[in-house]
Design a protein around this ligand. Structure first.
Ligand code: OSB
Ligand code: MG
Length: 370
């Protein structure tokens, strides 16, 4: 691939509903779309940042700065890129800034797959054709609100219900859902809202038989998580703590988790996501694909990696209509009544860009030439 041009866009899209986690509430998203121009095709990527550094330290502005001043110039220094696996090395000098790196790397994977005339899932070796889908539900005001919304999503066919929790909004909320719906696939995501002082709470929640607790403790911890895992039966799943295959190796070695949530942006790209997938598979650690309230472009990348066989747990890969009045891809991503999304058989991400919508949501853009 000879890359002669990159376009960055900043987009602003309103969510259909406010989404509350233990670290704040989002009414919409501001994020970046990358367009990488090859000789015959354009590759698309999504930078899953937010305006605030509350989930990770990256923001819309830091990602723009990294891409503009470091990552894009590094790409342009290369005469030609033969395979997207080279991109991580090209960016190696820049420490972290994984979401910024991933936004360009993902676009290069899309471009590469389009040049091969193959779907991205096939290019990365994924064999699944149907993707099992779960839903992530933000913190609700009351138990009654939560039960109602869970009922609605179960009716739509979602195969896993994930509920955001924080201190004071945990046991009772989860118990209400268990009481109403019985033995459904149910899990909780704390986004680091607890400490080891709360170990008694997790012991109290053990009899709820949740599929897992996602990231209960500090965002940068793997030591205390190992202590917590030792004390409870419910599997711990790490999200925020895992940024690389090395992080995953250490967490597995320490016993900090029994499951890993893989987010392409958090780990710096698809190549690293595949490495984590493979390591987990060797160690009998199931994985699932996390979400960042992506637009259809980021979502299509997520669906592609979920085609790999150790993604055995339904991911946070809900269809477009869960989030947006209108998505920036067409057709929009749809889920059937059994909670499955069929992977597109078209090359690359497998979806066309809804150019009108993309332009309408774009608030600023900049073009970079080699
Ligand atoms: O922790 O998984 C998370 C959204 C934004 C930031 C972090 C998380 C989430 C979600 C939503 O849980 C998943 C989705 O529906 O995209
Ligand atoms: Mg999470």
């Amino acid at each position: 691939m000879k890359i002669e041009k990159v376009v960055l866009r900043k987009l602003k899209m309103d969510l259909k509903f406010p989404f509350q986690t233990s670290f704040g509430t989002s009414e919409g998203r501001e994020f970046l779309i990358t367009e990488v121009y090859g000789e015959n095709h354009i590759g698309y990527g999504e930078c899953v940042v937010d305006t605030k550094p509350f989930y990770s330290e990256e923001t819309v502005q830091t990602a723009w700065h990294m891409m503009k001043d470091f990552l894009i110039p590094f790409l342009f220094q290369k005469e030609e890129i033969l395979h997207p696996n080279e991109v991580r090395d090209i960016f190696r000098q820049v420490r972290r800034h994984n979401m910024a790196k991933s936004a360009l790397e993902g676009a290069i994977w899309d471009l590469y797959a389009k040049e091969q005339g193959k779907p991205l899932a096939e290019v990365i070796g994924g064999e699944k054709k149907q993707i099992s889908v779960g839903v992530s539900i933000g913190i609700q005001k009351t138990k009654e609100d939560l039960v109602e919304i869970v009922g609605k999503y179960l009716e739509q066919g979602f195969q896993k219900i994930k509920i955001k929790i924080k201190p004071g909004k945990d046991i009772e909320m989860l118990q209400a859902v268990r009481d109403q719906f019985g033995d459904i696939p149910l899990m909780a995501d704390a986004n680091s809202a607890y400490t080891l002082d709360d170990i008694h709470l997790f012991k109290q929640m053990d009899p709820l038989h949740l599929m897992m607790f996602e990231q209960p403790l500090a965002h940068d911890d793997i030591i205390d998580h190992a202590k917590l895992q030792e004390a409870i039966k419910t599997p711990i799943c790490l999200d925020e703590s895992i940024h690389s295959v090395e992080d995953a190796r250490k967490a597995i070695e320490l016993g900090s988790c029994k499951i890993i949530n893989i987010k392409i942006g958090r780990v710096g790209g698809i190549a690293e996501a595949i490495k984590i997938h493979d390591l987990c598979k060797e160690n009998q650690i199931p994985v699932w694909c996390g979400g960042m309230l992506e637009s259809g472009i980021g979502r299509a990348h997520n669906l592609a990696i979920t085609s790999l066989d150790n993604f055995t747990i339904p991911g946070d890969t809900a269809p477009s209509a869960r989030y947006w009045e209108e998505d920036i891809i067409q057709p929009e991503i749809e889920m059937n009544e059994n909670g499955e999304i069929e992977l597109s058989a078209k090359p690359g991400l497998g979806y066309e860009i809804n150019q009108g919508a993309l332009e309408r949501y774009t608030v600023s853009t900049e073009t970079f030439l080699k």
